[in-house]
Design a protein around this ligand. Structure first.
Ligand code: HAM
Length: 418
């Protein structure tokens, strides 16, 4: 039997790759304008890193990790990369030198989830992490960057949902408030959530069970968990978002499904995505560095799901663009044609060569399918005359050009086309 691609993974085919590269190029250009530098960490890490960073009781660590053993060591394919970047930051002493490290990444992540539209087992993150400051202005910059990225990609109709978990003490208070307001509904919760209720109350808020979601949506626990300083910081961030006219709503139930968050957290949703409506998410994780290396380092970031960005962005046909195509007719012509293609490519002009056995008509059809702008035809007659036929595929015209002038001639034509 034919062995197919694993469920929840996808081949990205040549006809799709231009859209992928387009999103990646626009992201890279924007990140560089905001002074973010790229970082690449391994695709797998020691399992302990994710357990400690994301939390033992989170859905990701409990149910969605691809774990494998090698000798005595246990590894996991990365389900996200914030933890890896925090590790890399500490391990490579990136806290020395510049005070603020602004990093971005684009790459595959792995989660053993039940696949459905917009939910894959291998998907891609485009994200940033700004490490080295707890200044709320940085939260504003990061959220404004997320907003700019969506705009640059031509995405509209999205909404930011935002909340503040506050500092450690506030988060504890939040847990207490949550427990109080959930205790009345404990019996309505699913079995997993009854356990979460005592083990990690926050995880009840990201349960996918419809009954639990209903209970959570009706909870009213106010914002009383925030201390004065965290409330002021949250207000500053909201004011910044108002100044930039960023479309947001405060969602008190938003706690995010990973334990490392504190302070401001946010999610971006889009109606085109259906039930998996989160385009991206992020927030502050000032305590992660304490957890990993007992260091006080402020940090904030976000990640968008690249597949979901593509679902939400306007469908744009990016046509194939091949500048020249050489059609030789016969062995002598092939020798000449190979010489031409070499010189044309050396000049930085894209060029391909016809190796097929078919008729001239079928060869021209192929040139058309490839989107070729100019076709150079060399047959026996042309060899005799020392001139090639240059066909302008977009204007339906042709002319004869001497062999020793053809490369320069194509150079002039293509530079005009640009
Ligand atoms: P996350 O919410 O787990 O956050 O993932 C971010 C985004 O990745 C989601 O909003 C969604 O668009 C996409 N995503 C997640 N799971 C899947 C999946 N199975 N299939 C397709 N797309 C998916 C994080 O991972 C944090 N590291 C974000 C962050 C960065 N926080 C601070 N810095």
């Amino acid at each position: 039997m034919f062995v197919q691609v694993p469920r929840g993974t996808k081949d990205i085919l040549p006809q799709e790759i231009r859209s992928w590269q387009d999103i990646e190029r626009k992201s890279r250009d924007l990140f560089s304008v905001y002074n973010y530098q790229e970082i690449r960490t391994p695709i797998f890490e020691n399992l302990a890193l994710f357990k400690r960073s994301l939390g033992d009781t989170t859905e990701i660590v409990k149910k969605q990790m691809f774990v494998f053993k090698q000798g005595k060591d246990q590894f996991a394919l990365r389900p996200e990369v914030t933890a890896s970047i925090a590790r890399a930051y500490l391990e490579n002493n990136l806290d020395f030198g510049v005070k603020l490290r602004k990093l971005f990444y684009i790459g595959p992540m792995f989660r053993a989830e039940r696949p459905q539209k917009g939910r894959l087992r291998q998907f891609h993150h485009i994200g940033v992490e700004a490490i080295g400051s707890s200044n709320p202005s940085l939260d504003i910059e990061v959220i404004e960057l997320a907003d700019s990225l969506l705009k640059v990609l031509g995405i509209s109709n999205y909404k930011f949902q935002i909340n503040s978990l506050g500092c450690h003490k506030d988060k504890e208070n939040f847990g207490v408030l949550l427990k109080k307001s959930l205790s009345r509904h404990k019996k309505e919760l699913c079995l997993d959530c009854q356990i979460r209720f005592s083990k990690n109350i926050f995880r009840v808020l990201d349960c996918k069970n419809e009954k639990c979601k209903k209970v959570v949506d009706t909870l009213d626990f106010g914002s009383d968990h925030l201390c004065r300083s965290c409330r002021e910081q949250f207000e500053l961030v909201l004011e910044g978002l108002n100044n930039f006219a960023i479309n947001y709503e405060i969602k008190k139930q938003l706690v995010r499904g990973l334990d490392y968050y504190s302070g401001v957290v946010f999610e971006v949703t889009h109606p085109a995505l259906g039930s998996q409506d989160a385009l991206g998410a992020g927030g502050r994780y000032d305590y992660l560095f304490k957890e990993l290396a007992d260091k006080e380092i402020g940090a904030v970031g976000f990640a968008f799901g690249q597949e979901r960005l593509m679902l939400a962005s306007p469908k744009e046909e990016i046509p194939e663009r091949l500048q020249t195509y050489i059609i030789p007719l016969g062995q002598e012509a092939a020798k000449k044609g190979l010489e031409f293609s070499r010189s044309i490519r050396k000049a930085g002009i894209s060029c391909d060569f016809d190796y097929s056995d078919g008729s001239l008509k079928s060869k021209l059809k192929e040139a058309n399918k490839l989107g070729a702008e100019f076709v150079v035809i060399i047959g026996e007659d042309e060899i005799g005359k020392g001139r090639a036929i240059l066909k302008y595929m977009r204007q339906n015209k042709q002319e004869e050009v001497e062999f020793n002038k053809i490369v320069d001639y194509i150079k002039t034509l293509t530079s005009k086309a640009v």
